[in-house]
Design a protein around this ligand. Structure first.
Ligand SMILES: NC(=O)c1ccc[n+]([C@@H]2O[C@H](COP(=O)([O-])OP(=O)(O)OC[C@H]3O[C@@H](n4cnc5c(N)ncnc54)[C@H](OP(=O)(O)O)[C@@H]3O)[C@@H](O)[C@H]2O)c1
Length: 268
């Protein structure tokens, strides 16, 4: 039996070398059991070392990695996954994602989703999923793989970019949404409505934001290099916002997208 995704995980984007090691080691000591990394983050080896040093049983952990855009061809896909597993010092990941959909002139989706499915069939990944997929791309992916195969779509969601269309499309198709950049890389912490809502709820702005995401039914993966912040984020699991406090967050959407590289798809 594979573990289902704990709703709160530790992200590792931008964390390199010792910073990645210490963030993951601290998270695991504090009680996190879900770690999110990616080939492109360049930290799978440090993440793997921190996991190995933690002594936590492998089956008590949920580890996600993501296949980068230059590894989607048949001759590169599975070797890259095996390299990730070697760095992570594990035989399998709990979740393997396609990091970004390729533009139409790249490797066809059917080809790389087939590789993703083969990775799962070979036992290299317990669950498979996608990231940064639009509604149309999700429809195409479900058409290719069949319904029920994709576990999650990992997308940018925070109070300033609520991504309703994609979230609703994931819900309608039975995919979990994993919200990345949940704190808008710190931007939400200064937002007056969030500061006030958190004060009312007796918690910090970061905790209120993470509770709002959890109460919407999404998983999320905030990152931090600061042990007190990691602990505070974990403690958000005990925060419950009232319907009025949830509504205050709901009203903050202003389509403020942070992750928008030039290869991004045509967003919904
Ligand atoms: N699939 C994708 O394409 C994609 C794209 C982007 C991100 N992601 C994933 O999502 C994860 C989260 O995104 P992110 O790291 O970019 O942004 P984020 O989690 O929204 O924000 C991280 C920032 O917030 C600060 N922070 C964290 N907890 C805090 C707290 N309790 N109080 C105050 N400040 C706090 C951190 O600073 P300190 O270190 O000082 O605490 C850091 O600067 C990534 O690490 C990655 O795993 C995926």
């Amino acid at each position: 039996m594979s573990l289902s995704m704990p709703p709160l995980g530790a992200g590792t984007f931008r964390l390199k070398g010792d910073a990645a090691y210490h963030s993951v080691a601290t998270s695991l000591k504090q009680g996190y059991r879900h770690i999110d990394t990616a080939q492109i983050y360049g930290n799978e080896a440090e993440v793997g070392q921190a996991i190995a040093d933690s002594g936590i049983a492998r089956d008590a952990l949920f580890i996600t990695t993501k296949v980068w855009m230059d590894k989607l061809e048949e001759d590169k896909f599975l070797p890259s996954v095996n390299e990730s597993l070697a760095k992570l010092k594990t035989d399998y990941v709990d979740l393997l994602l396609i990091h970004w959909p390729l533009p139409d002139d790249g490797v066809a989706m059917e080809r790389y989703l087939t590789q993703l499915y083969v990775a799962q069939q070979q036992g290299l990944a317990r669950h498979i999923g996608v990231s940064n997929f639009t509604c149309q791309q999700l429809d195409d992916a479900i058409e290719i793989l069949g319904p029920g195969r994709l576990y999650t779509n990992q997308i940018e969601v925070h109070p300033l970019l609520q991504n309703h269309k994609v979230v609703e499309h994931c819900d309608a198709n039975g995919l979990l949404v994993t919200a990345y950049m949940p704190l808008a890389v710190g931007k939400v912490l200064e937002e007056p409505v969030i500061v006030e809502t958190a004060r009312q709820a007796g918690c910090t702005p970061a905790q209120a934001t993470l509770a709002w995401i959890r109460q919407l039914g999404m998983a999320t993966i905030p990152s931090s290099t600061n042990p007190a912040h990691l602990q505070a984020n974990l403690d958000s699991m005990a925060v419950t916002l009232s319907p009025q406090q949830m509504a205050a967050f709901d009203a903050l959407d202003r389509g403020e997208r942070l992750a928008n590289p030039d290869f991004a798809p045509d967003w919904d």
